[in-house]
Structure formats: structure tokens, C-alpha cells
Design a protein around this ligand. Structure first.
Ligand code: SAM
Length: 291
């Protein structure tokens, strides 16, 4: 066991069960030993840890995780994989629990509530079609996670670690950096997968911060400002806030606050740092000017 990544082994399983890859579930199975090693090494797993894997596929990464971790919870949406996982590839492991469900419909806090005294680490080769919703769900759940080590599309990975205030930086960059310390572990060629996707990938590690990066009184307001700012990149932030929120009575009020905070009147959202958003959110929190 543990060598499912070899082309002939993946092919044997796929053929034996007449498995049909489903594009709609982002099924691209990893077949590169050195990348699997990198994932396992950077996730830093030991026998005390509980690993939450999203999308085990035929169990290639799951086997390696189970060898290192105390317990693995694997969430898989595709019930066509039940036979493969339970009668074949994972049948000899007694520390793997497979749940057939859509990760986006699950309550993450509840899912790991039985492991309060253990470190919980998320490790996954994520389905590309829902990378951002999964990351946001994990972070916004505020579940006590230690780290999130994930294979994602290379461009999204670059976005997550981007700190320069430019077009690479998006609402997701600020959200990820608010909750964690992100780093790119390695880049991965599209040829490392079966079938090969039409984009390259990267492994990213998010070390969850014990204290959020900035302290904000009203987290919802803070993220709503970020959403407004990045939702309408071509508009100035003043117009975005004026048109889409009721935090201020009119544009003049917004401009007064901008002036106080040192923002130019026609500044765009992507030019503000996390501290700038924090200051703006605090300023709004303190005012009693909500319409
Ligand atoms: N871990 C395997 C590997 O590395 O070879 C498979 C990774 S494949 C990129 C993504 C996996 O996520 C597939 O098994 C797919 O069926 C599963 N998946 C897709 N959407 C899902 C969802 N919403 N919830 C849980 N699993 C999902």
C-alpha cells in the first residue's frame, strides 16, 4: 500500500471499478510521489494529530496521511468512490473515517468537535471548481484548526500570499491573511495529475493565527467593506460604499472620514492595506451615522 500514485496502480483501480472521472467534481488524481512527500512534510503531521481531508478520490493521499496521523476524517462527495475506498484502497486502515457528503454543506466546528484535545490539520488536493468557497468556509467557521495545507490552482495560490496592493490581491487575500500566515510550499505541473487539468497548481500552507492579524470590533462590517471594495474594482471606494452600504448619509460624509484617515478621494479598494480597512471599519463602528 501507499503507492497508489504510481500510474499503473491508479490505472488498475480506475479500470477495475470502471470509474469514470467527473469533471463536475474536479476529479484530478495526484500521481507524483515527490509532490505527495512535499504535502505530507509541510503539513507536519504526527500521531497525535487529526487530519481532515477534503476529497480523498481513490485514497492516494489518504493512505499516506493515515500512516502519519492518529486519525483521518475524509469527506468525499462522490458515492461512486465508496467501493474503491472501502473494499480496496483504504480497507486495511483502522484510523480512517470516511464521510460521503458535500464539504460545503457540513458544519466544520461540529465535524471536529470530538477532538478538542487534539491538533486538527486540514490537508487536501482541492477540487478546483470550489477552491475559494472551501477556503472561506474553513476560515469563517472559526473552527480550531492548526493549519490548512492544500493543493490549489497556481494563480489562486499567488493571490492568497499576495501582500502588494495590486491586481493580484483580492478579497480572498485579505481574508486568508486575516486568519492565517500563508506560504507557497511548491509549484506543481499539470502533468502530475490523472487526468491532467488545463492549469498548473501549487501547494499552499496556511498556518492559522491564534490571534487574528488585526483586531476589529465588528468583523462583519470589516469584511463587508472589503467585499464592497473588491466587488467593484473599477469604481472608486467612495462610490462603492455610497452605492452599496448604508453606513453613511452621503458621499460628503464618506469623504470626511477618508480625509481623516489619509485616503485620497478617488482611491480604489485594492490600494488599501488590511490596517486601512481596519481603521475604516473602526471609524464607522464609532459613528452613529448609520442611515
Ligand atoms: N485526494 C485525491 C488525490 O489527491 O488524488 C483526489 C483529489 S481531486 C482534485 C478532488 C476530490 O474532491 C475528488 O475526489 C472529488 O470527488 C472530491 N470533491 C469534489 N467536490 C467535493 C465536495 N463538495 N465535497 C467533498 N468532496 C468533493
Amino acid at each position: 500500500m501507499g503507492e497508489l500514485y504510481k500510474y499503473e496502480n491508479t490505472k488498475r483501480i480506475v479500470d477495475k471499478y470502471d470509474f469514470v472521472f467527473k469533471k463536475k467534481y474536479g476529479q484530478n488524481f495526484l500521481m507524483d510521489e515527490s509532490i505527495l512527500d512535499e504535502i505530507i512534510y509541510s503539513a507536519d503531521i504526527n500521531k497525535e494529530d487529526v487530519v481532515l481531508e477534503i476529497g480523498p478520490g481513490i485514497g492516494t493521499l489518504t493512505q499516506l496521511l493515515a500512516d502519519k496521523a492518529g486519525h483521518v476524517i475524509a469527506i468525499e462527495i462522490d458515492k461512486d468512490l465508496v467501493k474503491i475506498l472501502e473494499n480496496d484502497t483504504l480497507k486495511d486502515y483502522n484510523n480512517i473515517e470516511i464521510i460521503y457528503n458535500d464539504i460545503l454543506k457540513m458544519d466544520i466546528v461540529e465535524l471536529i468537535s470530538g477532538y478538542k484535545d487534539r491538533k486538527v490539520k486540514v490537508v487536501a488536493n482541492l477540487p478546483y471548481y470550489i477552491t475559494t468557497p472551501i477556503i472561506m468556509k474553513l476560515l469563517e467557521s472559526n473552527a480550531p484548526l492548526e493549519s490548512i495545507t492544500i493543493m490549489i490552482q497556481k494563480e489562486v495560490a499567488e493571490r492568497l500570499v499576495s501582500t502588494h496592493l495590486d491586481k493580484d490581491c483580492g478579497a480572498i487575500s485579505l481574508a486568508v491573511q486575516y486568519h492565517s500566515e500563508p506560504s507557497i510550499v511548491c509549484e506543481v505541473s499539470r502533468n502530475a495529475f490523472m487526468p491532467s487539468p488545463n492549469v498548473d497548481s501549487a501547494v499552499v500552507r496556511l498556518k492559522i493565527l491564534k490571534e487574528k492579524r488585526v483586531k476589529v470590533t465588528d468583523e462583519e462590517l470589516f469584511f463587508n467593506l472589503i467585499k464592497v471594495a473588491f466587488g467593484q474594482r473599477r469604481k472608486t471606494l467612495v462610490n462603492g460604499i455610497n452605492n452599496q452600504t448604508s453606513y453613511f448619509k452621503n458621499k460628503e460624509e464618506i469623504l470626511k472620514v477618508f480625509d481623516k484617515l489619509g485616503f485620497t478621494p478617488n482611491i480604489r479598494g485594492e490600494k488599501l492595506s488590511m490596517d486601512d480597512y481596519k481603521n475604516l471599519a473602526e471609524e464607522i463602528s464609532q459613528r452613529s451615522c448609520v442611515k
